[in-house]
Design a protein. Structure first.
Length: 254
């Protein structure tokens, strides 16, 4: 059983996954951010690998990615930071990035590095399901790296079932079809969508993301899934307060 599976097994139904961009505010902050998130009671960490063309990201994450890249952030620095932190943090750490950046890095090298540096899983929002099954599934399984796929309100039931079949981490339930970072509360239409997904009785656990930003939206999301993902709101906290604001941010969610 990997760390991701253990996290869901030991969760009481309100698992909190925090996303932040590796290298923001600076590459040197990665270890401090992860340590403080761990100490604050976060259950899982999503480490965004900055990319010059982030298709699914809103302005907040785009801005943080731009700053991280200007700071010289890259995959190898992220791997080194995770390896260093593993002596004191046993939380699941998942990397999130885009297909082209990993393709340029090389998937064989990527899998080898992830395994060697104790990264638990990967999310690639723009990688087609059939590409994964045909070209990469065997590589992920050999390295014991969990893959998590996204579904949206527009995803057909057939595609949702397909994503569930291939997923070895969790189903990332996108709360809205617009870009990340929308700060509106969860709508009735979204709740109907979450209920529909919940009633499908998928085999994998679900985390709701995109627009989750405070205690209310987090608790609402947890009524329909095993937990939720907070990204843009946390990055805004880092932007305003640096690493000093992490504990109070998490305290206001949990």
């Amino acid at each position: 059983m990997n760390r991701i599976q253990k996290a869901f097994q030991h969760s009481d139904g309100g698992l909190l996954n925090i996303f932040f961009t590796a290298g923001f505010p600076t590459p040197e902050d990665i270890e401090s951010i992860i340590t403080k998130l761990n100490d604050s009671g976060v259950n899982m960490i999503e480490l965004g690998i900055p990319y010059s063309d982030p298709l699914a990201d809103g302005l907040t994450i785009q801005k943080s990615s731009k700053i991280a890249l200007e700071n010289g952030m890259n995959l190898n620095i992220a791997f080194d930071a995770v390896q260093k932190i593993r002596t004191k943090v046993d939380l699941p750490i998942i990397m999130m990035g885009y297909y082209n950046q990993f393709l340029q890095y090389g998937f064989d090298k990527l899998m080898s590095k992830m395994k060697a540096h104790d990264v638990d899983g990967l999310i690639i929002p723009d990688m087609p399901l059939d590409y994964y099954e045909k070209f990469y599934k065997g590589k992920f399984e050999k390295a014991n790296i969990a893959i998590s796929f996204l579904i949206t309100p527009e995803t057909s039931e057939e595609r949702i079932r397909y994503a569930d079949k291939l997923t070895t981490g969790f189903i990332y339930v996108v709360a809205q079809s617009s870009l990340t970072g929308n700060a509106n509360d969860i709508s009735q239409d979204q709740k109907k969508y979450f209920e529909r997904i919940k009633n499908m009785n998928l085999s994998n656990p679900k985390l709701i993301g995109f627009g989750i930003h405070d205690k209310t939206t987090f608790n609402n999301a947890c009524q329909f899934a095993e937990g939720a993902i907070i990204g843009s709101a946390f990055i805004r906290c880092l932007e305003k307060y640096g690493t000093d604001g992490i504990e109070s941010f998490i305290e206001n969610i949990l």
